[in-house]
Design a protein around this ligand. Structure first.
Ligand code: GLN
Length: 428
């Protein structure tokens, strides 16, 4: 790990393969994004020795665009967390609020950018993992529309929810990075042509005159007072620049955290089945249980290598998908997901973008929330609805509390990244 913030799990340079918009720039890459010949651990002991034989599509695109990759960043194990503390490699400090968590799960990526250890970074966002660390570290993060960025080479946590997204010091730089990684990929069938304008960087022109910003009371009410104060000041500033704010309602979001965790854990339990010591993970012979004499014991011995949070999610996910409980939990969660999607669609009938605090709370102190998973899950209240609805969102710095930076989240319509980029650039 790097000496200062412990932002990196592996510090290894990867040379560019071409010249382009990222020539001369350094990029830190989250450690669940495959890099040929360079370890990709997902923050897990299970993959401590794993070296992928191929590059993720986004890594190929970075290299072709002239970027120099400077290392692989720390993260919550398999992306499961909000603080980067579930990493098997230890925590990362928050450069913008020392002694506090950098957010998660892409905490190493946001910390690397905030500390100036990389110009730009990539994270992945299943339920907020780009936006939360961006907010906590006082930098910009974008969660793209589902299907805009290839997931080929991203180690899956919950496929139907996640996207790789850029983290940068400014909105324009985040948009430049998005421009490089976005676009259809024949190796990821969920990516597609969408017909919308893709010149993202040029949208960061700060022009919000005439823009209508919807503010859902449900996503502001539960937030910390000091956070709300900064959020309101940012809205005042946007109004002074010619934007209009209207109240919108998203009643479904009260079910979003529950629905998100049922779906994410369900998908995770299935995705993580491959870590069995045969396909991935250490072989059974490398574990304590050397004389396991049947497959069940051998698998179990290997799977002991997962951390607490990952085990919890595999168990709960398996339970929620099992016969008899499937209707009760998983199907209900899918209904809630459809409801969230409908609510956003309705909000976009009156608003161009929907604004809220990115995180309802300031960054936790290191060690503070690890023993309280429920508290950690609830901190995702404002970010997970966006993943359930597969929409794009950006987190842009909007002031500070005594406990650290505050992020403003702007959500847009599917593939309308340009409008959230434009609005966010007016907040800077
Ligand atoms: N905190 C959320 C979770 O633990 C989001 C994580 C993510 O986006 N990868 O699932």
């Amino acid at each position: 790990m790097s000496p200062d913030t412990d932002a990196f799990i592996t510090r290894e340079e990867i040379d560019p393969t071409g010249e382009g918009p990222l020539s001369g720039r350094t990029v830190a890459v989250k450690d669940n994004i495959s890099t040929a010949g360079v370890p990709t651990t997902c923050g897990s002991a299970m993959l401590a020795d794993y070296v992928p034989p191929y590059d993720a599509t986004v890594v190929e695109r970075l290299k072709d665009a002239g970027a120099r990759i400077v290392g692989k960043t720390n993260m919550d194990e398999f992306g499961m967390g909000t603080t980067t503390e579930t990493s098997a490699f230890g925590p990362t400090d928050n450069p913008a609020a020392p002694g506090r968590v950098p957010g998660g799960s892409s905490g190493g990526s946001a910390a690397a950018v905030a500390a100036g250890e990389a110009d730009l970074a990539l994270g992945s966002d299943t339920g907020g993992s780009v936006r939360c660390p961006a907010a906590f570290c006082g930098v910009v993060g974008i969660k793209p529309t589902y299907g805009l960025v290839s997931r080929y080479g991203l180690v899956a946590y919950a496929n139907s929810l996640e996207q790789i997204g850029p983290i940068a010091p400014t909105v324009e730089e985040a948009a430049e990075l998005l421009e490089v990684i976005a676009g259809p990929d024949e190796r990821d069938a969920t990516t597609r042509e969408h017909g919308a304008e893709t010149a993202y960087a040029s949208a960061a022109d700060g022009d919000v005159d005439g823009l209508t910003i919807g503010v859902p009371t449900e996503l502001v009410e539960g937030a910390d007072e000091a956070v709300v104060e900064q959020f309101k000041a940012a809205l005042d500033d946007l109004r002074a620049q010619g934007a209009e704010t209207v109240e919108v309602s998203l009643p479904s979001v009260e079910t979003a955290v529950q629905a998100y965790y049922v779906i994410a854990m369900g998908e995770a339990s299935s995705n993580l089945a491959r870590f069995d010591g045969v396909r991935y993970g250490p072989t059974a012979a490398a574990t304590d249980d050397e004389d396991a004499d049947n497959w069940n014991d051998a698998f179990a011995a290997v799977r002991e290598g997962f951390g607490e949070e990952v085990k919890r999610r595999i168990l709960l996910g398996t339970y929620a998908l099992s016969a008899g409980y499937h209707d009760k939990y998983y199907d209900k969660a899918q209904d809630a997901r459809a409801w969230v999607r409908r609510d956003f669609a309705e909000a976009f009938e009156t608003a161009d973008v929907v604004a809220s605090p990115t995180m309802p709370v300031p960054p936790f102190e290191l060690g503070e929330s690890l023993d309280d998973p429920l508290r950690m899950y609830l901190a995702d209240a404002n970010t997970v609805p966006v993943n359930l609805a597969n929409l794009p969102a950006i987190s842009v710095p909007a002031g500070e509390t005594a406990e650290g930076p505050v992020g403003l989240q702007l959500v847009g319509e599917a593939f309308d990244e340009r409008t959230i980029i434009r609005a966010a650039s007016a907040v800077e």
